[in-house]
Design a binder for this molecule. Structure first.
Ligand code: FAD
Length: 436
């Protein structure tokens, strides 16, 4: 292509499509480049999408007949897993429905839908085409080289939204390749189940849905979380653990998921289901201190490629879309000025840093260090086990007085932590890590 576009967006995931949509809506000439056969063809995630950031781009999208919504979430559960048990905490509320707070979705549908909105607004789709490198003039990025013959695409700004591995971001020096303690590996199965079974097992009516996040003995002593989300006629079940732990323990990811599926609480929820899809993918979990420079001369970095994931709250897609939207806004302003320098595009970097995205990542800034410095078996094995034992004891009617049971529960927790002082220290470190 000989033409110079206003922008080329690399990657039609949530970040890239949001950026392309916003710029196309503002009348910019935008190319949306995607290496997959179509957007979402091979993309993987757990399954929860958030209304707010999508609505900012596509008002009242949920009223559309073909909106990519599986189930509207009315209940969120947290489970602390023991070997054959769990201690649970959950919140169900009808108020989550009107308007919906979040919903489950499938990437193969969602990504196509969002990219379709960008194309409807005027973005030019170029699919089955991978960007292989950035084209530079001096210290300015002026376009991308692709794997097609004569496939160079020139643009005033390149939005790099190529996901967690971000080869383009790496080529800019934005990151040197993520370290094993900055990424988790998640394995996931989509398990088909009849609609009525899902609704019965989770006490749901119509298109209501439930999310479950779980941690504890299910991650086999490694730092990690599992999830189980209800779709219309399937369940998304997965577990993610930090890559450094996985390497140390030499456990194969599918073995981890197999062991999760055997847990009695989970086994009963997926019973009779048929595995439809198995996938594995990385999540950037470096947090606040791993976020690189977000813009420079002729480029912006958005979504996973910039480590914009709040893993404590499993929020990634919304941060990706918001960052794509903010990059687009900065490029729209730069286009008005005719200036695509690092100085002008810095407004994107500044917008992200003063938004809820960086405020939230800052709040959990210490989590990465806490996980790095704490023996994972303490938080993900010993303490959950002690909590489950304490709960079992407390709820068992066996002639032992409640005061003695309480003492026993406290003793179990202290022993698990290696003494009172360690327990107190862990509590303080946990508080600091989540209030950065
Ligand atoms: P991606 O979604 O990775 O999209 C990048 C796109 O770029 C892809 O389409 C890819 O094909 C394309 N691409 C890559 N390289 C090139 C290239 N060179 N040329 C052209 N195209 C290219 N977030 C949530 O909000 N809720 C959840 O429940 C949730 N669960 C998750 C569970 C799992 C198993 C995983 C892995 C992630 C989960 N996340 C979740 C995180 C969320 O999926 C990501 O944060 C989000 O998808 C990031 O969007 P993105 O557009 O930045 O990147």
């Amino acid at each position: 292509m000989n033409e110079t576009f206003d922008a080329v967006v690399v990657g039609a995931g949530p970040a890239g499509s949001a950026a392309a949509l916003r710029m196309a809506q503002a009348g910019l000439k935008v190319v949306l480049l995607e290496r997959g056969e179509f957007p979402g063809a091979k993309n993987v995630f757990g399954g929860v999408l958030y209304r707010k950031q999508i609505e900012d781009l596509v008002p009242e999208f949920w009223k559309e007949k073909n909106a990519p919504i599986e189930r509207s979430i009315v209940e969120q559960r947290m489970w602390m897993m023991g070997k054959e048990s769990c201690v649970t905490f959950s919140h169900r509320n009808e108020a989550f429905k009107e308007p919906m707070n979040c919903f489950t979705g499938l990437r193969v549908k969602f990504d196509q839908w969002l990219a379709g909105k960008a194309v409807e607004a005027g973005a030019i789709p170029v699919y089955e085409t991978a960007a292989t490198e950035l084209i530079r003039q001096g210290d300015r990025v002026v376009g991308v080289r692709t794997d097609r013959d004569e496939g160079d695409i020139y643009a005033n700004v390149v939005v790099i939204a190529d996901g967690v591995n971000s080869l383009l971001g790496k080529s800019l020096g934005a990151h040197q390749g993520w370290k094993p303690d900055e990424v988790s590996l998640v394995v996931k199965e989509t398990i088909a189940l009849p609609r009525e079974k899902i609704e019965d097992r989770f006490s749901l009516e119509g298109d209501e849905g439930v999310t479950v996040e779980f941690m504890g003995e299910t991650s086999l002593g490694m730092a990690g979380m599992g999830f189980l989300y209800t779709n219309k006629e399937s369940i998304s079940l997965g577990i993610g653990v930090m890559v450094n732990d996985l390497t140390k323990k030499q456990i194969k990811p599918h073995e981890l998921l197999d062991s999760v599926k055997q847990h009695p609480v989970i086994r009963k929820l997926i019973k009779g289901g048929e595995m439809r899809e198995y996938a594995a993918h990385l999540i950037p979990e470096g947090g606040y201190d791993s976020v690189p420079a977000l813009s420079g001369n002729g480029w912006c970095l958005a979504g996973d490629s910039a480590q914009l994931v709040n893993f404590v709250h499993r929020e990634g897609t919304n941060l990706a879309m918001k960052s794509g939207e903010m990059a687009a806004d900065a490029i729209i302003e730069a286009t008005k000025k005719g200036d695509f320098s690092a100085q002008t595009l810095r407004s994107y970097n500044d917008a992200i840093r003063s938004s809820f995205i960086m405020k939230d990542l800052k709040k959990y800034r210490g989590m990465h260090k806490l996980l790095k410095d704490t023996d994972p078996s303490l938080m993900f094995d010993k303490l959950p086990r002690a909590l489950n034992e304490a709960a079992f004891n407390m709820f068992s009617v066996d002639g032992v007085s409640k005061a003695d049971k309480q003492k026993h529960a406290i003793r179990l927790m202290k022993e698990a932590a290696g003494g009172t002082l360690n327990l107190v220290k862990l509590g303080i470190r946990g508080w600091r890590a989540t209030n950065g």
